[in-house]
Design a protein around this ligand. Structure first.
Ligand code: 8YV
Length: 310
């Protein structure tokens, strides 16, 4: 008999298919009667969750035998980890396998924003080049890039930035003695001393609004902001206003406060490049992330140590 598994949110379709093949699995997010489904699954020991369908304290409370939450994603802000910990429920995530991919998109967004790559593409397609050259853009060269959150992804972004010859600095909860770049505990001071901020820290309550109005304004009219972390980290209304009023020069955004509902006011702005939360969204990386979910669940059911507990 197959083991039972509750899947609380959508994830990479081949991973979903593999889980539904291996387990007697139910989809919570699309269930017509969620209450009835939860009641019928009260004896399960494992859940697979995702960023677009996490698991809150109420749902955890409905599953008294739960032992593991295998989360699809390195960030697990949609999982109530405190509620899980109180019950001794293990949470796993998908670290490392997406680090380089996410860092690649951060640099792509940075360059696309500063050098106006999407605008250049439209310029050619719309036949505007025939009438004259596109306006010149700002430059990445000679800039100082400040990284908010110097974890695995922050470091991978920093390595790439070094290859572009820019100066670096970083902010985070702690100084990293192995890093040579200046450390700023205060994000406002970091923004003040940098031309570009790249947000790469975890989401959740600890970082909510960390990139505040004061931080955004400290970047200044020549400044750029790139966010590949979580929309919650940035004061989105303040960012929108800063872009509209040219208090900063531009922003490249892969993440938003209420995805997929991006405030339409962003669409009217020429100084922002928007992406639909795709930093890890390639087939090889999503396959590797999915494999970790599969492997963690397999380890749980085999009574073996989990592969990537948080
Ligand atoms: C994905 C992410 O959007 O890993 C994360 O924390 O934000 C991304 O990789 C997500 O995991 C897909 O649900």
């Amino acid at each position: 008999m197959k083991q039972r598994l509750l899947i609380t949110g959508p994830m990479y379709p081949p991973t979903l298919a593999a889980l539904e093949q291996a387990y007697d699995a139910q989809r919570l997010w699309s269930a017509p009667d969620k209450e009835a489904l939860l009641a019928s699954m009260a004896d399960i020991t494992a859940v697979a969750s995702s960023n677009s369908g996490g698991i809150n304290a109420e749902t955890i409370a409905r599953l008294p035998k739960l032992k593991v939450i295998a989360h699809f994603g390195v960030g697990y802000d949609t999982v109530d980890v405190d509620a899980a910990r109180k019950r001794g429920i293990a949470v796993t995530n998908t670290p490392d396998v997406l680090t380089e991919e996410v860092a690649d998109l951060a640099l792509a967004l940075l360059l696309a924003t500063i050098r106006r790559v999407p605008q250049g593409d439209r310029y050619v397609r719309e036949g505007k080049w025939l009438k004259g050259a596109m306006a010149l853009t700002e430059s990445l060269q000679g800039r100082t890039v400040g990284i908010v959150g110097m974890g695995r992804i922050g470091r991978a972004i920093a390595r790439r930035c070094e290859a572009f010859g820019v100066k670096l600095a970083y902010q985070g909860p702690s100084h990293k003695p192995d890093l040579k770049w200046p450390y700023y505990p205060d994000p406002v001071k970091l923004a003040h001393d940098c031309d570009v901020l790249i947000v790469a820290c975890p989401g959740g309550e600890a970082t909510r609004g960390l990139v505040s109005r004061a931080v955004i304004e400290a970047l200044g009219p020549q400044g750029f902001l790139v966010n590949i972390a979580r929309g919650t980290v940035v004061d989105e209304p303040a960012l929108l206003e800063a872009l509209q009023q040219k208090k900063i020069c531009g922003a490249g955004l892969d993440v938003f406060a209420d995805e997929p509902r991006v405030p339409e006011a962003f669409f009217a702005l020429e100084n922002v490049v928007l992406q639909p939360h795709v930093a890890s969204a390639t087939h090889p990386t999503r396959t590797a992330m999915g494999q970790l979910v599969i492997d963690n669940l397999a380890a749980h059911f085999a009574g073996k140590p989990l592969v990537t507990p948080i």
